[in-house]
Design a protein around this ligand. Structure first.
Ligand code: CTP
Length: 456
C-alpha cells in the first residue's frame, strides 16, 4: 500500500503473517471455504504428504541453476544460509538483491557463498551487468525469492519491472517460488491476498510462512519458512513437470453414502486415496484442481478447492456446478449405484420393524450424464470389476463416452479399495491397453496423468 521495500523490511520486526488454513473441520461444502482453499497455492502440506511417498535421495539439485532474489526484510540474512545449502547440494546459484535488501546484508556475503558476483542494481555503470538480467532470466532453471516482501509480490503481480530482480522475473520463463515474510496485517491485507491469488492462478508458487518467535520478541505465525523446508521445496518443484499448467482438473473421490434413516446408510469401502492422489499430483503438475469428495478420513489437501458431499445426488449437483470450468474430469469416486427409495425420517426401531425390507432405486450415473454433455472436455473414468475386467471396462468406456478408463480388479489382493497400492489396466478410446503393475497410488496417479496429458 504505497510502502517502500525499506518500510516493509522495518515493519517486519512486528509480528508477522497469518493466513486461514483449511483444516478437516473447516471442510467445505460452501463457496467461502472453497475460496479459502483456493487462495494461495502454498506448497507445504501438499509437499509433505507427497514427499513421503516419492523416492528421495536423488541428486535433484546437482548442476541446477537457481536464481535467488533477496528482498528488503529483516529475514534477508537467512538467505545466506539458503545459498549455502543450495551450494552444498550441488546447485549453481546467482543472487540478485533489491536495493532495500542491501540495507540488511552486504552483497559480498552472497558473492562469497555463491562464488558468483551478486547483482543489486539494474542501472549499473557496467554494461555487461546491464544486460545480465536477460541472460540470467534464460539461465535460471528456477527463481526463488526469499525472503519475499509484500512489495515484491505486488510489483510482480502487476508486471512492474523497475529493478534487476523484477526485470529478470519478467523476462524469465522459469518457475518462480516466493517464500514470503512480512507483518501479519500485511499478509491478511486483501490487496496482498489478491496479488497472491493472481500469481497463484498464473502458476507462481508460495511457501507458507512459519509460526515461531519473531524478531520483535513476540511469538506468532509468519516468519520466513525454515531454510531446509525452502530448499526441499525447490528440490520438489524441480522434480515435477509443470505440464498441467493452465488446466482445470475436476476430480471426484471416495464413496457416497445413501441414507436409509437418520443413522444408517448404504455405502462402499472406497477410501478416497486414489482420487486424492490424482488431485494432489495434478496440482503439483500445475493444474487448478477442484476435488469433490464423499466421506473420507484423508486430510483436506492444500491449494485444492475441496468440496465435501455425502450422497450421489449431492455429488452430481456439485460436479455440474463446476462442469463448465473443467478441462479434464476424472471420476475416481465409487458412487453408490442404489439408494433407498424412501428415507425414514427418524431411526427405524427394531421392535416396530422386525425384518424391514428396503426398496432400492438407482442413483444418477454422474459419469454417463457427463459423457452426454462432454464437448471437448477430457473425461476419465474408473471401472471397479470383480470379473471380465477388460470387456466390462471397454463397455463403460464406450457407453460413458470416455477418453480413458482405469480398470481395477477390486477382488485382487493388496490392491483396490482402502489399500495404499493399486494395479490397473489403462484403456484409451482407441482400445489400446496398458498394464500398470502393483504400485503406490501416488505413483499410479502420475502414470494416469501422463496418459491424460497425451490426449488431444
Ligand atoms: N459412476 C458415476 N455415477 C454412478 C456410478 C458410477 O459417475 N452412479 C462412475 C464412477 O466414478 C466410475 C465409473 O462411473 O468412474 C464406473 O463405475 P463402476 O462402479 O465401475 O461402474 P458402474 O457404471 O456403476 O456399473 P457396475 O456397478 O454395474 O459395474
Amino acid at each position: 500500500m504505497g510502502m517502500t521495500e525499506k518500510e516493509v523490511g522495518m515493519t517486519e520486526k512486528i509480528e508477522i503473517a497469518t493466513l486461514p488454513s483449511v483444516t478437516r473441520n473447516d471442510s467445505i461444502k460452501n463457496d467461502i471455504r472453497g475460496r479459502i482453499a483456493m487462495r494461495p497455492h502454498f506448497l507445504h502440506a501438499t509437499r509433505y504428504s507427497i514427499l513421503d511417498t516419492i523416492q528421495r535421495g536423488k541428486k535433484v539439485l546437482k548442476g541446477k541453476k537457481i536464481l535467488l532474489g533477496v528482498t528488503g526484510s529483516i529475514a534477508a540474512y537467512k538467505a545466506a544460509e539458503i545459498v549455502s545449502l543450495l551450494k552444498k547440494k550441488g546447485a549453481e546459484v546467482f543472487v540478485i538483491m533489491t536495493e532495500s535488501a542491501t540495507k540488511f546484508i552486504q552483497p559480498l556475503t552472497f558473492s562469497t557463498l555463491s562464488e558468483n558476483s551478486t547483482l543489486d542494481n539494474l542501472f549499473s555503470t557496467n554494461d555487461k551487468i546491464v544486460v545480465k538480467h536477460i541472460s540470467l532470466a534464460q539461465w535460471a532453471d528456477l527463481i526463488l525469492i526469499a525472503p519475499a516482501t509484500a512489495n515484491i509480490v505486488g510489483k510482480i503481480a502487476h508486471g512492474i519491472a523497475d529493478d534487476m530482480l523484477t526485470t529478470t522475473v519478467m523476462a524469465s520463463k522459469a518457475k518462480v517460488i516466493f517464500a514470503p515474510a512480512m507483518n501479519k496485517n500485511m499478509i491478511s491485507n486483501p490487496l496482498y491476498q489478491q496479488n497472491v491469488e493472481k500469481l497463484s492462478a498464473l502458476g507462481y508458487e508460495f511457501i507458507d510462512s512459519e509460526y515461531g518467535r519473531l524478531a520483535c520478541g513476540e511469538t506468532g505465525k509468519g516468519r520466513l519458512a525454515n531454510i531446509e523446508d525452502i530448499v526441499d521445496t525447490v528440490e520438489y518443484a524441480l522434480t515435477f513437470k509443470n505440464d498441467f499448467q493452465g488446466k482445470t482438473v475436476l476430480v471426484t473421490a471416495s464413496c457416497t453414502r445413501e441414507p436409509i434413516d437418520k443413522v444408517r446408510f448404504i455405502s462402499n469401502y472406497s477410501s478416497g486415496k486414489m482420487g486424492f492422489a490424482l488431485a494432489k499430483i495434478a496440482r503439483v503438475r500445475g493444474a487448478r484442481v477442484i476435488l469433490i469428495t464423499g466421506p473420507t478420513s484423508l486430510p483436506v489437501p492444500t491449494g485444492i478447492t475441496t468440496i465435501s458431499i455425502e450422497s450421489a445426488e449431492e455429488m452430481k449437483k456439485e460436479v455440474f456446478k463446476y462442469f463448465s470450468e473443467a478441462d479434464i474430469i476424472i471420476s475416481a469416486a465409487a458412487v453408490a449405484d442404489f439408494r433407498p427409495k424412501e428415507v425414514f425420517a427418524g431411526k427405524i426401531k427394531k421392535e416396530k420393524s422386525k425384518n424391514p425390507l428396503i426398496e432400492l432405486e438407482r442413483t444418477p450415473d454422474i459419469l454417463y450424464e457427463l459423457g452426454k454433455k462432454k464437448g471437448d472436455k477430457i473425461l476419465v473414468g474408473f471401472a471397479a470389476e470383480t470379473e471380465n475386467l477388460a470387456a466390462n471396462a471397454l463397455k463403460k468406456l464406450k457407453e460413458k463416452k470416455l477418453d480413458l478408463i482405469v480398470a481395477n480388479d477390486i477382488s485382487a489382493k493388496e490392491a483396490g479399495f482402502g489399500s495404499d497400492k493399486n494395479r490397473a489396466r489403462l484403456i484409451n478410446s482407441k482400445g489400446t491397453a496398458q498394464e500398470l503393475s502393483l504400485m503406490p497410488k501416488i505413483d499410479m496417479a502420475e502414470k494416469i496423468l501422463d496418459e491424460i496429458i497425451k490426449i488431444k
